[in-house]
Design a protein around this ligand. Sequence first.
Ligand code: AQP
Length: 346
Amino acid sequence: MPAFKELVFSGVQPTGNLHLGNYLGAIKRFVAMQAQYECLYCVVDLHAITVWQDPGELTRQIREVTAAFLAAGIDPARSVVFNQSQVPQHAELAWIFNCVARLGWLNRMTQFKEKAGKDRENASIGLYDYPVLMAADILAYRATHVPVGEDQKQHLELTRDIAQKFNNDFAGAIAEHGHGEAFFPLTEPLIGGPAARVMSLRDGTKKMSKSDPSDYSRINLTDDPDAIAQKVRKAKTDAEPLPSETAGLEKRPEADNLVGIFAALNDASREDVLREYGGAQFSAFKGALVDLAVAKLGPIGAEMKRLVADPGHIDAVLAEGAARAEAIAAPNIAAVKDIVGFVRRR
Ligand code: AQP
């Protein structure tokens, strides 16, 4: 595999209240990556419409996710911040990848099974095809690294399979057009840290999720301090005090989740947290967690509210980001079309 220029791409769907899982598993890590990589961060609105979205709400949520990116510390002068539907190359490459990916591969995707549920026949074709569009999002930029939560691991594996099959199927044309041995990188998922999978506050075996009907299952980025305090205090726990070693968190999903959240918010490890709080009762630990969560999330929520009050500014950030994104994607997709054998407009 030839060396590809290091580039980070990741996206967040504008599909509802952003929560602590989205923040710790993704957005907080996006911010940190800016120091090391050239980054593109996308509000994936084409993905959002794979399930029904009220048009007015969708517009509002696209701006709100953009505000969350900026409020969390993504610098639009350094990183490319944009929404997917403004860059047509995502959908164009997705079509070509639809003809590379195999039905059998998509049939294995667990997220489709979970989201379509029992009413599979009634799910949109877009929901089924979601992972192919995700591969196109990443590979339109030939991105080498993708920071995501653990729930996206299987989709990243599919992205690598599509890249590999394209590189193999078109190996002759790729070389002929001067791109060497491979046109697409085999993108690395960057999954990790203490909050790669933040769980529901009501059930430590279920992922914290936007679509959970109980608002008490998640902390939203726009929750005020009182709401954060109430949700943490009501979070499910068990009767034992916290252990002093991480081995003691096994089979205690709720305890493990709260310790992981504390660690991620504090840029620490589970070991660090247990060194300080091992032996503590949950009442004391939850008090410390409320203080920490309010200190870290309060300023982000306040800044988000300030930013969404000025949609003109957000739209200008998105427009500039889209132009920068398209400048990277357009030559890549033109090259893909040459490789596939299409005739260019001259
Ligand atoms: N609970 C989580 N823990 C860690 N990371 C998470 N992510 C989502 N939930 C958790 C990560 O957040 C990024 C953006 O997610 P998304 O907006 O694309 O959609 P999602 O994963 O479908 O989010 P939800 O909340 O789970 O929505 P619903 O309820 O609709 O399914 C991704 O990097 C994701 O891994």
